[in-house]
Write a protein that binds this ligand. Structure first.
Ligand code: PLP
Length: 384
């Protein structure tokens, strides 16, 4: 198998699986229980929180566990707005993940004014639009750090600077940048950030929201006193332990991973561009997470390419995993100005820690042939 869909999810690192299995076998205590097995479980959760905080350059008290990156995004937007009831405007971008965009759509229905910052052809947000959209009524700016479909990295430092001039809070969805760029949330200056374990070789179903000390936010799940009462519910201890271990490994070898992935992704990109005619690279040439390669193959349907590659054991994606089952054209690709038929011809390849040089060779051997065959049977002439 050549797995090139690491932005959808990453394989569990064997060391993470090992740690989770050990914990699962030996620890079943409830972290809220006061006797030894409860305190032990709590100790594990604390250590995981510390590892995640360390990997993000923040303090452990600023990390709140959630059930996913999606939940962290929902929590950030809804929790902040509830804490600032007199402000009824938010600003986000046109290319956010559905975990933010759908919340923003929901808020619009509830009477909030939402400004969607447009992006240029490389997927970078328009900072002038953002500056003009900020008003005394703005409660929050939520702009993703790295895009899941095309990898473009947003100028979050500039977003923070503009927002802070107006005393506005900033949230960033860092689900796709955590592990793929060096990340220090404290230095980045954001007030809130979402992350997810299954994008960093940890388990599915666990995420976290970074909440800078002093940030006003209302609880997201009401109930017990877990997570300082902000997100009630007995902790997913097994998942959290796995998340902590995945973060520990990132701190240890994140730079090595990034160099490794770049060494594979660059020749893959060049190889595709030099062997296949009429391909179009989607995304920023430089300011992007280097593991993400998104190409349009005008005249073809991405699904046909995906299925043909899958028969060769090569797994790629046609967009974000969340939208791949729907008929919708990617809002991200439309936002960078692609015509719908070009967007529909776009395939995403996302590399990760466990890819090998052999994988790149396999793709460069199989893909040109597949494209040629599909073009022969395709009736559509893109005229380009
Ligand atoms: N935000 C971004 C940018 C993502 O890519 C994803 C997952 O694809 C999410 C949020 C949602 O994370 P989760 O799958 O943990 O809910």
């Amino acid at each position: 198998m050549v797995y090139l869909d690491n932005n959808a999810t990453t394989p569990l690192d064997p060391a993470v699986a090992e740690k989770m299995a050990l914990f699962m076998r030996e620890q079943f205590g409830n972290p809220s229980s006061l006797y030894p097995i409860g305190r032990e479980a709590k100790e594990y959760v604390t250590r995981a929180r510390e590892e995640i905080a360390r990997a993000l350059g923040v303090h452990r008290s600023e990390i709140v566990f959630t059930a996913s990156g999606t939940e962290a995004d929902n929590f950030a937007l809804l929790g902040v707005l509830e804490a600032i009831p007199d402000k009824k405007e938010i600003i986000t971008s046109a290319i956010e993940h559905p975990a933010v965009i759908r919340v923003a759509n929901h808020l619009e229905k509830k009477g909030y004014k939402v400004s969607y910052v447009p992006v240029d052809s490389a997927g970078t947000i328009d900072l002038d639009f953002l500056r003009d959209a900020l008003t005394p009524q703005t409660a929050l700016v939520s702009i993703m750090h790295a895009n899941n479909e095309i990898g473009t990295i947003q100028p979050i430092e500039s977003v923070v600077r503009l927002a802070k001039e107006r005393d506005v809070l900033v949230h960033t969805d860092a689900v796709q940048s955590f592990g793929k760029v060096e990340l220090n949330l404290d230095k980045l200056g954001v007030d809130l950030a979402s992350i997810s374990a299954h994008k960093i070789y940890g388990p599915k179903g666990v995420g976290a929201l970074y909440i800078r000390k002093g940030t006003h936010i209302q609880p997201f799940v009401h109930g017990g006193h877990q997570e300082k009462g902000l997100r009630a519910g007995t902790e997913n201890t097994i998942g959290i332990v796995g998340f902590g271990e995945a973060a520990r490994i990132l701190t240890e070898r994140g730079k090595k991973d990034r160099d490794h992935v770049e060494r594979l992704a660059e020749p893959l990109k060049k190889g595709i561009e030099s062997t296949i005619s009429r391909v179009r690279f989607n995304g920023h040439p430089e300011k992007r997470v280097k593991n993400t390669l998104n190409f349009a193959f005008p005249g073809l349907e991405a699904e046909a390419i995906l299925l043909a590659l899958a028969t060769k054991g090569i797994y790629v994606s046609t967009g974000s995993a969340c939208s791949s089952e729907s008929e919708e054209v990617s809002h991200v690709l439309l936002s960078i100005g692609l015509r719908p038929e070009i967007a529909r011809s776009s395939v995403r390849m996302s590399l990760g820690r466990f890819n090998r040089e052999e994988d790149v060779k396999t793709v460069l051997r199989e893909l040109p042939e597949i494209i040629e065959k599909l073009r022969k049977i395709s009736a559509f002439d893109p005229g380009e």
